[in-house]
Design a protein around this ligand. Structure first.
Ligand SMILES: [Zn+2]
Length: 72
């Protein structure tokens, strides 16, 4: 067993670089998904609901108030 006085080397971590063209479709997808979620939280009142009724409005009611959207 050899003994060395050198400090242990830290592992080399390589951060992968992802080209913007590969990220663009995912950014668009999650951007649209975010807009859909924002629509349900901010504007869904039952009149333009995708499923009719007030169910989604009730589910996101607290977050609507938390984000300061006018409600009731
Ligand atoms: Zn409310």
């Amino acid at each position: 067993m050899s003994q060395s006085s050198a400090a242990p080397t830290s592992p080399i971590v390589e951060v992968p670089s992802i080209p913007a063209r590969e990220i663009a479709p995912w950014a668009l997808f999650f951007g649209l998904l975010g807009l859909l979620v924002l629509f349900f939280i901010s504007a869904d009142q039952g009149a333009v609901s995708i499923p009719s009724g007030n169910a989604i409005h009730e589910w996101v009611h607290d977050s609507r108030h938390l984000l300061g959207y006018p409600c009731h």
